[in-house]
Design a protein around this ligand. Structure first.
Ligand code: ADP
Ligand code: ASP
Ligand code: MG
Length: 416
């Protein structure tokens, strides 16, 4: 049994959906396909949530229309003019009804009540398409299986409950092909939650673990894991194989190609993870698996943009102690603030965070009550695994360096 995960880019248009069907057609195995929202739909839904929550009626309507027209264009190409499958029409009404209701007070909760529509649309459209070409497929609402706590937007999986229902639902009786959503789940009471942006890779790993998959493949718009994001650095080199550990290091440093939580559930059961190209499905890709020998890797670059460096010094210049550090972290609640780097000197603390969607000014104001605060925005955090002095110098050249950290294998630079 295999798990295939298709991300937004792989289902962003009608021809992309047809390509997915062709890829699936090459395999005779039992398969579960996990699919993300189409194209950049989750970004659009985030905008919809914002305008819904802050009651921007006109903007909200425009975004809803954009969302609808985007999907309708794909539907028309797949099924013909005016042929909207009934299940999809129903979803449009449900989303519209939700966005016309009054929002509650908890932003993250409301986010999770809207964001899942992206995945529901994509999987429903694709399963209807498969059925229309006489390919037997079984659609599953993953919210029924992935059970989580109620930490909205960053929900934690209840493994015990989830494994049990995953095994029940994906029993492969009467079908050898399932389609389901990534990224979303629900509480024990059935309230929708989400696992964090880009979480569909993680869903594929959860299903892989629970179902003891032979392997998991995430299909991407790149030939595999490269030694850098090709959108930011050229030329790049494909890494043919990686250990789980190396993949975890890369993902945690911010290599967008794999969600950081994906590796562990697979590593726990020695399940191989393939990263392959949906553009060139025959090509080998990257294999992430147990590696019992030393891999010789070239320098691997991981770049995180839109970083904020916050420097705190206690107002009385007292030594920064463990209490200060603990206190500082309480100002960065997990969901909206991610601390990517931390450095302490005798009198100050440096934190590098992702520029949050909102709330940075409030945090700065709050911290300013107890500390002297300086901050810079628009920075890059560059991590170089297997660095050499030469490649570090090349990165730094002509740029302002805010922080430089080097350990045995890894150099980390905060640059403007
Ligand atoms: P998905 O469609 O599954 O959501 P993503 O867009 O999240 O896929 O991930 C694929 C993208 O990850 C690539 O288009 C590439 O720009 C980016 N990326 C970042 N780092 C790497 C890397 N080291 N190797 C390959 N791709 C990378
Ligand atoms: N659709 C979600 C997102 O864009 C989840 C995913 O694609 O992995 O973040
Ligand atoms: Mg993605």
């Amino acid at each position: 049994m295999k798990i295939f995960k298709f991300g937004g880019a792989s289902v962003k248009s009608a021809s992309a959906v047809k390509n997915v069907a062709e890829i699936i057609g090459q395999y005779n195995d039992n398969i579960v396909i996990v699919v993300s929202a189409m194209g950049k739909v989750t970004n659009l839904l985030e905008e919809l949530v914002r305008n819904y929550f802050f009651n921007q009626k006109k903007k909200k309507q425009n975004i809803f229309n954009e969302f609808k027209n985007y999907h309708l264009a794909i539907i028309e190409e797949l099924f013909g003019e005016g042929c909207v499958p009934e299940r999809v029409a129903k979803l449009f009404s449900q989303l519209e009804e939700k966005t016309n209701s009054s929002p509650g007070e908890n932003y993250d909760f409301e986010y999770d009540q809207i964001i899942y529509f992206g995945e529901l649309f994509s999987t429903t459209i694709i399963s209807e398409y498969f059925l229309s070409i006489k390919k037997n497929i079984h659609w599953v609402d993953v919210k029924e299986c992935i059970k989580t706590d109620n930490l909205h937007r960053a929900a934690n999986v209840n493994w015990e409950l989830s494994k049990k229902s995953i095994k029940e639902v994906f029993s492969f009786s009467g079908t050898n092909l399932y389609i389901t959503q990534g990224f979303i789940g629900s509480t024990e009471e059935g309230v929708p939650t989400s696992l964090g942006r880009e979480g569909s890779d993680f869903t594929a790993a959860i299903l892989g673990n629970a179902l003891d998959a032979k392997d998991v493949t995430i299909w991407k718009d790149v030939p595999g894991v490269l030694n850098a994001d090709p959108k930011l650095i050229q030329p790049t080199q494909k890494l043919n194989e990686l250990s789980y550990r190396e993949a975890i290091e890369m993902a945690h440093s911010g290599a967008k190609v794999i969600h950081p939580k994906t590796i562990k559930p697979l590593q726990n059961k020695d399940i191989p993870l393939w990263v392959k190209s949906f553009v060139d499905p025959e090509a080998e890709g990257t294999l992430i698996h147990p590696v019992g020998y030393k891999l010789e890797l070239t320098p691997v670059y991981i770049i995180k943009q839109e970083q904020v460096l916050i420097t705190l010094s206690p107002s009385d210049f007292s030594f920064v102690g463990i209490d200060d550090i603990q206190d500082v972290f309480t100002h960065f609640p997990g969901v909206r603030f991610r601390v990517n780097m931390f450095q302490q000197s005798a009198i100050d603390l440096n934190l590098v965070i992702d520029h949050p969607e909102f709330g940075l000014d409030d945090i700065i104001a709050d911290l300013s009550k107890n500390y002297e605060v300086k901050y810079n925005t628009g920075l890059e955090l560059v991590t170089i695994r297997y660095y050499t002095d030469e490649v570090v110098d090349k990165q730094i050249k002509g740029r302002k360096v805010y922080i430089e950290q080097k350990s045995r294998k890894t150099a980390r630079l905060v640059l403007k």
